[in-house]
Structures are given as C-alpha cells and as structure tokens.
Design a protein around this ligand. Structure first.
Ligand code: NAD
Length: 333
C-alpha cells in the first residue's frame, strides 16, 4: 500500500513511517517542520526514516496541510491508498498562549485531510485524537463509551472537534475512519516538550524538577513501540459500513479507540524510575495544578484489544530506562 502520513517528522509520525516502510509499504510523508520544539530533532527523525527505507519507499514533502490548495497540488500526482493523519499542534499548556496554532493545524488542517480522504476515496484514514477529550472525567478507567464533551483545554476541544467532524464525514460520504485517543506516549525519539524528556534533561543538568499538583498526578504512559503496533493494526482494519455500532457509538464506518497501556502510574513513581536510570537524586519543586491539566488518565483498552488483539507489552519499568539510554546517547549527556 502507499500511505500518506501527516506529521511524518513528528514523534509518532516518524515511528509509524519507519514501521510502514519496514513492512514493505510506501510512505508519502508531509510535515511543516514547525518550531514548536527544535527542528533539528525533526530533521534527524526524517533522516532515520529515509535511511531505514534505503532510498526507496519514503518520500517527504515540506508542506502545511492547513493550506488545502497546496495540499491538493502536492498530492495531485501521488497514488494514495490510505492516510495516517498524525500531524497536529500538540501540547495542552501551549494552547493557552497560542490558540490560533490549534485552530489552523487541528481544525482547518483536520478538515483538509478529511477532504483528501473524500476526494481520493481512500480505503481508510486513521487519525490521532487524545486522552485529553475526557477532561476531568471522574470515572476510571476512561472508556470510549464515556461522555467526552467537557474539555478542560483548547487542545482537547480541537481534538474532540476532529472526532465530530470525522463522524459527519463518515456518515455523509461513508469514508472508513478510525480515531485513536493516545495516552501520554513516550520513548526514544520523543518530544522535548513532554514531561519525561524535560525531567531527564533537568536531572542530568542538576536542575530542580517542577512537579505540578504537588506530585498528585497519574498518567497512563504508553511506549512508542506499543503505539506503533496499535496504529498499524488499526490501519489494516477499516471499520465496515454495515450499519453495526462501532467502538465509540457510531453507526457510520467510524471507530474510536483508546490506545494506552491500561495502567495509571503515579508521577512520583515515574520520577523514582528516572532517578534510578540517570543515577541522580532529584530536587523537587512542588507547584500547584496548572490550568488545562487533568489529575489522572487511565485507558480502558478493551475495545481496541477486542478489535485488533492490541496488547501493550512495555511497562514503565522497562520503557523509562530505555528512553533515558536513548536520550543520553542522542544528546551525548
Ligand atoms: N505524544 C503524545 O503523548 C500524544 C498524546 C495524545 C495525542 N497525541 C496526538 O498524536 C499526534 C502525534 O503527536 P506527536 O507526539 O508525534 O507530536 P509531534 O509534535 O512530535 O508531531 C506532530 C507533527 O505535526 C507537524 N505539524 C503540525 N501542524 C502541521 C501542519 N499544519 N502541517 C503539516 N505538519 C504539521 C509538526 O511539525 C510535527 O512534526 C498529534 O495529533 C497529537 O496531538 C500525541
């Protein structure tokens, strides 16, 4: 198959592109290489995917997909069987000061990709949503059957809007769509704006760790290899247009899944694992809860396991040291 991957220079997009070329698919990757975090990391990820593809099966185009004219032109002579749409403006805290970046990439951009899926009649589009759509949901673990209409950040609101726009397209145009609600993805080639990277950098530099909500936070951490396996398994399983109810409640060919680790880990436990892996003792700066943050995330993954056999295999006891080993090697620290 030939797959359009958006956000191909991003953390998850590069890992998914690499896995697709490794299994023999061809990838047409696009990314606008924005400077939300260092662009050098995005170039390094792209170089790694290109090397894995051995000069074949991976083509990259520097492009902003919220520009639908530029997007159509770039795709005009490209064969595309399916789409993995992972490009977005990510991050909860950044959305407080940069709301329009979310409107462009996550709202206009998502609609532009739905339009590509409609015009090109692709066999399936898998797209990224987020655990943040659950807001402050008190019922745990979070299930795709739970309500998700009380977002506590603009980022979450745009991700929920993506799900709703997708539902209307699946209903109107019968395009098979799968939305994946990712839960705190981490691992080698990860994101510098995320907690694990930030804390590793600080620990190794001897700087204090800013710990929000006095450390009383829980996250369902998902290792990148488990995420990649789940994305590929979903890509191979377009929801059928048979009128049956899909995960998430749609009767159109549109499924929604949580893709997490099904374990909610206390932040202080993660800090302990980081201390062990770095061989350093952390100095902690306790801070209040940040606006837009949620206290706890915890994924019910039964729907995804039932549909695809997805079983995450990486605990934080394995994944955190693996990340630290990669980080020290990559940053030479
Ligand atoms: N990493 C996580 O823990 C996590 C959790 C929940 C949801 N998600 C979602 O998963 C997806 C991938 O996340 P990631 O961690 O790889 O983030 P990332 O920031 O590393 O990757 C996103 C990529 O999209 C690109 N991009 C943004 N706007 C674009 C545009 N308008 N045109 C072209 N490219 C654009 C960026 O340059 C970046 O390389 C995103 O949709 C994100 O919201 C990630």
């Amino acid at each position: 198959m030939r797959i359009l991957v958006t956000g191909a220079a991003g953390f998850i997009g590069a890992a998914v592109s690499q896995a697709l070329v490794a299994r023999g698919d061809a990838v047409f990757g696009i990314d606008n290489l924005n400077d939300y975090y260092p662009v050098s990391l995005k170039h390094d990820r792209l170089a790694r995917v290109a090397a894995a593809a051995g000069g074949q099966r991976f083509e990259f185009r520097h492009l902003d997909f919220s520009d639908d004219t530029a997007l159509s032109e770039a795709l005009a002579d490209q064969e595309i069987d399916a789409i993995v749409h992972l490009g977005a403006q990510a991050g909860v805290r950044y959305s407080i000061d940069h709301p329009m970046a979310y409107a462009r990439s996550n709202l206009v951009g998502h609609l532009a990709l739905l339009e590509v899926a409609r015009r090109r009649q692709v066999r399936h589009m898998v797209y990224a949503s987020s655990s943040s759509v659950y807001g402050g949901n008190a019922k745990l673990p979070f299930s795709v059957a739970d309500r998700s209409d009380h977002p506590v950040s603009l980022y979450a609101a745009t991700k929920r809007a993506d799900e709703l726009m997708s539902e209307s397209y699946a209903h109107l145009y019968r395009i098979p769509l799968t939305g994946l609600r990712f839960f705190t993805v981490y691992g080698p080639w990860g994101r510098p704006d995320m907690m694990l990277w930030n804390f590793t950098r600080r620990l190794l530099a001897g700087e204090p760790l800013p710990v929000f909500n006095e450390g009383d936070m829980y996250r369902d951490f998902t290792f990148i290899d488990d995420i990649v396996g789940g994305v590929l398994a979903c890509l191979d399983l377009p929801p059928e247009d048979d009128g049956g109810e899909k995960a998430g409640g749609s009767r159109a060919p549109h499924a929604l899944y949580n893709i997490g680790n099904n374990r909610s880990e206390h932040l202080m436990k993660v800090i302990g694992l980081l201390e062990d892996a770095c061989g350093r003792t952390a100095s902690i700066e306790m801070l209040p809860m940040q606006p837009g943050d949620v206290h706890k995330t915890y994924a019910d993954i039964d729907a995804l396991t039932d549909a695809t056999g997805y079983r995450p295999g990486t605990s934080i006891e394995t994944g955190v040291p693996a990340f630290v080993r990669w980080y020290r090697d990559y940053t030479r620290t």
